[in-house]
Design a protein around this ligand. Structure first.
Ligand code: ADP
Ligand code: MG
Length: 346
């Protein structure tokens, strides 16, 4: 893959040379960053706000496949999926650290592309890159991102504070990233069998982007601020709607009713799922990687929610004993399970 001989071998640079090279484009703009890269630790100051921290580990072959993920997208996505966790607390992300383990097959130009993607995400979301770690890896590429953010204590939305009677809401639309992945996997198989055939992703930009270039929903957190919406509970949709709904219900000791016909699914997601013989609802429930926000709000905030075009009310919170259930399009009641493949067969 990287056999081109005009690529620069990282060993020529050494660890410190590499760090200097990669971080030369880093700019600090966040007021809460006191000290970034260049000392033993970064220094931050959130004055009267609480600090939020979240970390993710991404391993080649487990979380991404370099055969169809462009390196720039990988850097971008690694940052996005991490920022998403801060927004899921109703906080604002302000810094990240970015750590990489590199196998010897990686030339400098490849790492540079990853960093380019990461820095584009940082710039777009007003996040400072304040440090990281760099190491050789015996096998495969490793990326670990830690994101740091802040929120006033009263604004933080835990998974555990959904209340009976709350409206269950979700931003954007679901299932697209999963269906996009199916498409990329199919094209990869075709390519492996016949490298002359170029991938045919025509007209499928939206779902391919949902998979390769997700956008964390900072805008939803900002919208909450603008309209004075305070979610009782919130989580980001990384593992599918079913799993995340169950996380909120379990942590909050409540149940829920979720309406299948309310689940927002983009027409391209819907059609492509059908082409693959998949149930679009199942893709939304169990697909994952959508990085939308799933949250509950008290009913008295209905007026503030109902006109938000990018937020859909998909159900409501009940007492725990009522269980977590989905009412299907045909009116049947199914228990929600984290792997509901069989439960929703029609
Ligand atoms: P230490 O020996 O204290 O771990 P390093 O030599 O690993 O220090 O790192 C020196 C500085 O460079 C630190 O500020 C660290 O946060 C930063 N740094 C190291 N690797 C990366 C990276 N991949 N991306 C961004 N900053 C990095
Ligand atoms: Mg180090």
């Amino acid at each position: 893959m990287f056999e081109n001989s005009d690529k620069t071998n990282i060993q020529e640079l050494g660890e410190f040379g590499l760090i200097d090279y990669l971080t030369k484009a880093v700019e600090l703009t966040e007021p809460s960053t006191v000290k970034g890269i260049g000392d033993d630790a970064a220094v931050l100051d959130f004055s009267d706000k609480k600090t939020l921290i979240s970390t993710d580990l991404l391993l080649e072959g487990i979380h991404f496949d370099l055969r169809y993920v462009p390196l720039k997208h990988l850097g971008y996505k690694a940052v996005q999926v991490n920022l998403s966790d801060i927004y899921a607390m109703n906080g604002i992300a302000s810094q990240i650290t970015f750590s990489i383990g590199l196998s010897s097959k990686f030339p400098l130009e490849a790492v540079e592309e990853i960093y380019e993607g990461a820095l584009i995400a940082c710039k777009k979301y007003n996040v400072d890159l304040i440090g990281g770690d760099t190491s050789a890896s015996a096998q495969g590429l490793v990326i670990s991102v830690t994101s740091i953010g802040y929120a006033y204590a009263a604004k933080i939305a835990y998974r555990s504070s959904a209340k009976e009677g709350d409206l269950l809401c979700v931003s954007g639309d679901l299932g697209g990233a999963y269906v996009g992945l199916q498409l990329l996997e199919r094209e990869k198989q075709i390519f492996l069998e016949n490298p002359q055939i170029q991938p045919d992703l025509e007209g499928k930009d939206y779902i391919v982007e949902r998979q390769l270039k997700p956008e964390a929903r900072k805008d939803v957190v900002e919208l909450f601020g603008t309209y004075g919406i305070q979610p009782n509970a919130m989580i980001d949709v990384s593992d599918g709607l079913a799993s995340e709904t169950l996380h909120i219900c379990k942590a909050s000791k409540v149940g829920c009713k979720l309406y299948e016909d309310k689940i927002p699914i983009d027409p391209m997601t819907y059609e492509t799922a059908r082409e693959f013989g998949l149930d679009p609802t199942v893709c939304a429930l169990n697909g994952g990687e959508d990085y939308e926000l799933l949250f509950t709000v008290p009913q008295d905030q209905y007026d503030k929610i109902k006109n938000q075009l990018d937020i859909t009310i998909i159900g409501y919170i009940t007492e725990e004993a009522a269980g977590c259930e989905m009412i299907s399009k045909s009116g049947n009641v199914h228990p929600i399970t984290a792997q509901g493949w069989n439960a929703f067969k029609r």
